[in-house]
Ligand binder design. Sequence first.
Ligand code: PEP
Ligand code: CO
Length: 456
Amino acid sequence: MASAEISSWRTRDRVQMPVYTDAARLSAAEARLRASPPLVFADEARRLRAELAEVAHGRAFLLQGGDCAESFEQFGADQVRDTFKVLLQMAMVLTYGAKVPVVKVGRIAGQFAKPRSAPTETVDGVELPSYRGDIINGFAFDAASRLPDPDRMIEGYTQAAATLNQLRGLSKGGFADINKVHQWTLDFTAEDKAAAYRDIANALQDTLDFIRAAGLTPTKSEELATVDFYTSHEALLLEYEESLTRRDPMTGDMVAGSGHLVWIGDRTRQPDGAHVEFCSRIMNPIGLKCGPTISNDDLKVLIERLNPANEAGRLTLIARFGHAQVAEHLPRLIDTVTQMGAHVVWSCDPMHGNTIKSASGYKTRPFDDVLGEVREFFRIHAEMGTIPGGVHFEMTGQDVTECTGGLRALTDEDLSDRYHTACDPRLNASQSLELAFLVNQLMRDGHAAARDAATA
Ligand code: PEP
Ligand code: CO
């Protein structure tokens, strides 16, 4: 594939992208990124594709989660570590339920650019361009901050590199050692799900003790001491994405070097548009958000464009309909995919269709609606005999108050306490773990039903 083709998106209609006013500074920023090392490498992207192929066949489960929007200001080692830790805890709970490996993918180290529902925002009669994420413009409500600044791409790249460096250290350097499973629980002692979590941790510890006592020192002990952790983000800002794309010298394939998996948002999935064009040129695993407005015909065209060779692991469809609409739309999409014989991973994003404005004025997501959509997703797949392959959450390891409900019953009035998101409301650590327990239960029910069906 000629590398000129990686620029082909530039001839297509683009939506949700900034108009940079200073062409010289934009070119300079792109040139710097082109000269910089990529953040991820072809072999890693291929490995994730292979693992997602296992998910597509029902032999693994996908857990994807992290911030709605990473922020320059709230960046720090504690934040990265805590998000990583909660994802590991969720993965452990899920592994326990699914009895299959959990593929762990963060919305992290590049999740900076945001599509918005309106191009401008008006406050007290003043109209300014909308905030589009820290890699594009500033959150502060003044004209200078809201002007798209290409140098922000360099800052985004630098922060993503530092984040990924820390994640690589955490996943390979001992922190993720399964023998330390009890240490991860320490901060949870006051938490509502602590007991249930400790039960699983204890069972795991028993298993490890048994293996050792039986003299079966795991020969591949490195596999228990480290985890594979992948990064992902929405491929929205295509100047950034293109500038970090590299040709794999081994295969000639183009590899987005900005993250292992990138996805196309629900607002930028026009079959002839710039974002689909860009993603059709790279070999990374691709996610496609599917909301209520996607037609069956569009889905068909998108699958053909994004995965022409119909390889399992290339394409993950991320359903995000809202708890009240999932039953109306998911079955028709599943039918479309089944009729095509297309290999996809089905994942459930129960966040983006369940956003409401609370009485107190904050954007929030009622935890029950989030749970409701996950339940429906599993129910529909069970009914249709297809595979509920994964889940996609907006969450943080911090103790924020952004989504209402959960075991601690956060109310509208509580939202103002610690509402820190730069964009959409996230599940906090406790709500994330609670959700993992629900998914664990749904998977166990699914296995039990499948076993019953097999023996009936
Ligand atoms: C997101 O994942 O933050 C997002 C904007 O999602 P969607 O494209 O599904 O609305
Ligand atoms: Co979001």
